[in-house]
Structures are given as C-alpha cells and as structure tokens.
Design a protein around this ligand. Structure first.
Ligand code: SAM
Ligand code: SF4
Length: 480
C-alpha cells in the first residue's frame, strides 16, 4: 500500500511539472513516505532527514529552495512533533490527505510557511485521482493503479497488472498494530467507481486487476442500488469486463472470509487460486492477546472450505513471533499449524512494540534472542514449504501473464544464423532476453525469448509455459 501511495504522490507532483530524480542532491523537493509497520520507523525518518539536511543547506546557499515533505503513517502518528524535532521539514501530510500535496507545496513556497494536513478524507483522495486520470486521458492509468511505477503508462510502457484500491483503514484494533490509528476507520469505495477504474486500466492494456485494501475482504462499498456490496460481488462485477483476465485481492482477514467469497474462488475462473490470509500465530492464547477474534480452529476451517472450493489454492500468510507472553508451547502451536497447512510463500516478523498500541505496554516481553531463534526456525520451515511447492510445478504447463523483462537479461554471442559459436567469423552479439511473468499462484516465472520483437509480443499477454526447473523463489520455463 505504501508503494501505491508513493506512486500516487509521484504522479500528483509530475502533474504540476515536477520530474523524478534518483538522488536528493539538487532536488527541488524531497518526499519521505513513511511506514509505521516498519521497525523503528520514526528513528529511521529522523536519520533520513539528517542525511537530507546538507543537500537542503546547499540549495539554500545556491539561492534556491528544497521543499521537504514527510508523508505516511509516521507523519500521521507524530504530526507537529516532526516540525519540532527537525527544522528541515516543510510539509507534513497524512496517508489519507496526500492528494493535497501540490497545494501544500504551492503554499509552502508562496507563504514561506510550514504546512500540515492530517485530515481523513479518503473519498476526496480517490476523486482527485479519478479526475487526474480523466484529464490526462491515455496517460492516466497510473493515477488509478501503480503496481510498478517503472513501467507505468505515463512513461509510455504498457502495464499488464495494476492495483486498484477498493478499501482503506481498519476497525479491528489488533493489539500490535498501528494501522487503525494511522489509517483511520474502514472505508470502502463505491462499486461503480471501482468498475470504472478497472475499465480505464484495461483500456490501457492492463489485464490483471489487483484489489488493494488493509482489510480488503471487509469491503462493503455501495452498489448501484445503494445497498452494500461484498468483495465477492465486486469481483463478480469486474470479472464481467472481457479484457480483465485475472483478478487478485490483498490483504484479507480471516474474520471476513465470508461464504460468498469462498464460493467466488470456486465459481469465478478469473479469480486467481492464491490467497494471502494472515493468521499471525497458531496459538489461541496469543491470538486472544493480539485481539484477532479468531482461533486456529477457525483458520483451519476456512482453509478446508477454500481447498474444497479450489483444490489447487496457493496459500500465504503473515506470522509474528515473540508476541508478549508467547511461550515455547505457543510457538510450537504456530509451527504445528504451518506443518499442517503447508504454505506457498509467507512473511514472518519478530514482534516489535509500536508506541501507542496496547501490546507495547505488556509486562512480559519476549527476549530478543528467543525471538531470533523462533524466527529462524519458522523461516526455515516456510522456506522448505516454498521450495517444495515450487518443485511441484516442474513439468507442469501453466498460464503465465508476462509483465516485463527480467532483470538478468544479458548479451550473448551467436552466429548470424542464430546458432551459438564463440569466436566464429560470423559472430554477432545479440541480447538474450528473459521475460518475467506470474503464474496463477503468484510465482515468478522466467522464460528466454529470442529477440526484443518476440518479447514485445508477449508483454501483457498470457501464454502457456512449460516449467523446466524450479528455484526457491522462481520458476524457469519455456513458452509452449
Ligand atoms: N491487515 C492485515 C491482517 O490483518 O493481518 C495485516 C496488515 S499489517 C499492515 C502487515 C503485517 O505487518 C501484519 O500482518 C503483521 O504480521 C506485521 N506487523 C504489524 N505490526 C507489527 C508489529 N508490531 N510487530 C511485528 N510485525 C507487525
Ligand atoms: Fe492491523 Fe490488520 Fe489487525 Fe487491522 S486487521 S489492526 S490492519 S493487523
């Protein structure tokens, strides 16, 4: 979600004439987009600001100006405090009000005064993006989505997969998490607006729509009759768009895995057989302490129903180890759950206290060395499961959506008739192109193609690929 927000801020500023550069040196403006989920997020912010200070001083010595903006969750949580701790900062803007960034920059320059906006107005934010998208026509898709800014439509390169935010905020208040405080209450966008966004994106060549939300399956936006929809109904609506070939959604909460969503995995072919469903812990007492309001038994039941609906479902989750009070037995329950379910790829973290959250004040914190050992043990098991899942793909033929060139495309030497012969008289150097795409189970798939023309034919398309070998985090195949 933070990558999405950073992309949108980049779009907003480009719309008023700014260009992106790679270093703060000489920049007219620097935006630091912060994420409170990250450990020691505010310390990192102030050390980043310390690094920016000499660049800002240099600009001023040269008679010009550098505007420094702090955005994101840390901005929301710390507010005016940031101005007090760092003189470098000109603008503080929250994750639900960054659509006002160009105005704030204008005011900061004109009035030579620090600006702050921490309002919660998500509807207005999305309306601003929609208006921008409409105004810039063909170049506008990146205002609505933004899976990878490097290949955005504004840069003239076609994207094949893109995010559409459908829901923001959270009402669940897990005791370890800052999101409900920094992102505000749950908010769902209207069905018609999301469908419009999806149509606009497919007009730009996008074929995979990735619904995004902090609690995406708690989605309850209004439909055309004014009644609350569900995520399943939204998926059904967007699946009706012919050019949409794949639909995914993230991040889900076990409490919101409704029966109609489970049925959607059975009935809607365009809905990909992959689900990221964080459980956090396999221990009921830890889940209770986390205020998750679901048990390990609930989770097993959901997975059973999911696998009944879609037997080939790939599963992913988030885990926190070392939550306050977590015993060896609690941790063993997590390991047991992982062994029983079998995941395809997961995220795992050591618990780290976030100021202002209830768990941060708990008396029995787990020692760092114990957290380290538990994390290493859990990650070893998760990696083994990922390798095993990838191995099962060997020899299979699967549809792959090609998104871009793989980073390791390199030069190779061939004869003019295309056969490899080093040092031959007719030797020519061509580029060996590797394409990168996604399997239905969100695995990275890499294939070789002969030429840039051939590569261009596959971008944005789904092709059947025979998987030749598997690696821990990718598959290598050949187009069938
Ligand atoms: N809404 C999702 C859910 O209910 O699971 C998760 C969203 S949260 C932004 C992303 C992940 O960060 C969480 O699933 C959790 O594993 C991790 N996380 C959040 N707060 C944490 C903390 N205080 N310490 C360690 N990991 C944390
Ligand atoms: Fe944070 Fe997710 Fe819990 Fe909401 S449901 S408080 S976003 S972990």
């Amino acid at each position: 979600m933070n990558v999405y927000d950073s992309d949108r801020m980049q779009d907003l500023m480009e719309n008023v004439g700014y260009e992106t550069i790679d270093t703060p040196e000489g920049a007219d403006m620097v935006i630091i987009n912060t994420c409170h989920i990250r450990e020691k997020a505010s310390e990192k912010l102030f050390s980043d600001l310390g690094r920016i200070r000499p660049h800002k001083n240099k600009k001023e010595e040269d008679g010009s100006q550098m505007i420094v903006a702090v955005a994101g969750c840390v901005a929301q949580a710390e507010g005016e405090e940031i101005f007090k701790r760092s003189k470098v900062v000109d603008i503080i803007v929250g994750p639900e009000s960054y659509q006002t960034l160009p105005d704030l920059v204008g005011k900061a320059i004109r009035e030579k005064k620090k600006q702050i906006n921490l309002d919660f107005v998500p509807d207005n934010k999305f309306d601003v993006f929609r208006e921008l998208a409409a105004n810039v026509g063909d170049a506008g898709s990146s205002y609505l989505g933004g899976s990878s800014r490097r290949v955005s439509a504004t840069k003239g390169v076609q994207k094949s997969s893109d995010f559409v935010t459908v829901q923001e905020g959270c009402d669940k208040f897990c005791t370890f998490c800052v999101v409900p405080y920094t992102r505000g209450a749950e908010y769902s966008r209207e069905v018609s607006k999301i469908v419009d966004d999806a149509k606009r994106l497919v007009d730009q060549g996008v074929s995979e729509i990735y619904f995004l939300g902090q609690n995406v399956n708690a989605y309850h936006g209004l439909d055309s009759t004014g009644a609350p929809s569900s995520l399943a109904k939204l998926i059904e609506e967007v699946a009706k768009i012919d050019a949409v070939k794949r639909i995914r959604y993230t991040t889900s909460h076990p409490r919101d895995m409704s029966d109609d969503l489970l049925a959607a995995h059975r009935d809607i072919e365009k809905l990909m057989p992959f689900l990221h469903l964080p459980i956090q812990s396999g221990s009921n007492s830890v889940l209770k302490g986390m205020n998750r309001k679901h048990t390990r038994q609930d989770y097993f039941k959901i997975i059973e129903k999911l696998r009944a609906a879609r037997p080939d479902m790939g599963l992913s989750s988030d885990f926190i180890v070392g939550f306050p009070g977590e015993t060896d037995k609690d941790f063993e329950d997590t390991m047991d759950l992982v062994r029983k379910i079998g995941f395809t790829q997961c995220y795992s973290f050591k618990y780290s206290p976030r100021p202002g959250t209830p768990a941060a004040d708990a008396k029995i914190q787990v020692e760092e060395s114990v957290k380290d050992a538990r994390l290493a043990e859990l990650q070893k098991l998760l990696t083994e499961q990922q390798i095993e899942f990838n191995k099962k793909a060997e020899g299979q033929v699967m549809p792959v959506l090609f998104e871009r060139e793989a980073p390791k495309s390199k030069k190779r030497t061939t004869t003019q008739n295309g056969r490899f012969r080093q040092g031959g008289e007719d030797e020519v150097t061509t580029r060996s192109i590797q394409l990168w795409g996604k399997s239905p189970y969100l695995q990275s798939v890499i294939v070789d193609v002969e030429s840039e023309e051939e590569a261009a034919n596959y971008f944005g398309k789904i092709a059947e690929v025979k998987i030749l070998k598997s690696r821990p985090s990718s598959l290598v195949g050949t187009i069938n």
